[in-house]
Design a protein around this ligand. Sequence first.
Ligand code: PBG
Length: 333
Amino acid sequence: MKPSQAPFPATRFRRTRQNAQIRALVQENTLTTGDLIWPVFLRDGADVCEPVSSMPGVNRLSVDNVVKAAREAADLGIPAICLFPYTDPAKKTEDCAEAWNPDNLSNTATRAIKDAGIEIAVMTDVALDPYNSLGHDGFVVDGKIPNDETVEALVKQALSQARAGADIIGPSDMMDSRIGSIRTALESEGFKDVMLLSYAAKYASAFYGPFRDAVGASGALKGDKTTYQMNPANSNEALRLVERDLREGADMVMVKPGMPYLDICRRVKDAFGAPTYAYQVSGEYAMIAGAAQNGWIDGQKAMLESLMCFKRAGCDGVLTYFAPQVARILNGA
Ligand code: PBG
């Protein structure tokens, strides 16, 4: 900041706030539909649209309905949709084999969206938790999560997603070396253009609660994820993780959760200048949507403000459950 600002009254900051036109002229950041990635929850069946009770306004959709939703999102100008399956408890096992089943719910939905020719990028989630009867993102052996064995499974899962047509693969598991291992496997199968958006700085957060409810993982999870997800007290570690993942072949990186970690977003963007995203997670959504439902805050304004803050913090985009709602507003609807 240059120290040479004229003193009052030569400088009056309120001059440039005096009306909407001037405020628009001096506005530093903008939010556009091109900044949005929309996470959606999948469910087996046909014509299912099942509300997630802890996330007012969010539904689990069957594949036919997710295709419709993807088409609507594309028409709204949303560039990417991110798929999260609710897995039938009968298909959850300790060996997590459903994760790399070519016909699992996530792969079926990816294929359906791609076959429909919808112009939207499909992002998928790499982690074992939706398929693990023990609820963890990796295997559980003697009460521990083995890194290297889990990475082998994650590679199989990622390849099955690439074969189904995923454009962007999002490893959210926080195992070490998974980005490099997945990148090598993708290259060796000829998937040169499949992008990796690494959940590089993912914290062990209480804000994931409603998500675990939405994908039916809350009951299964024993213990917590603190041996693989980051300690909320750390920030230098986030930079080291981002650096590592970029070096291993990530095209884009993510900070998660979003709102409580805007300082991390800013540091990551400033340090690497790579495409940087934040995940405004389920608990953040629930706080805004729940408070709005009770009439305690103006939900629409809080939503727009929260998303603009990600841009101000240096993010290129944000994963948000508000995506279609905010896109409609940005499109003037
Ligand atoms: C798990 C995963 C989680 C989320 C995305 N992928 C939850 C977790 O780590 O337990 C959370 C997203 C949200 O809360 O919206 N691999």
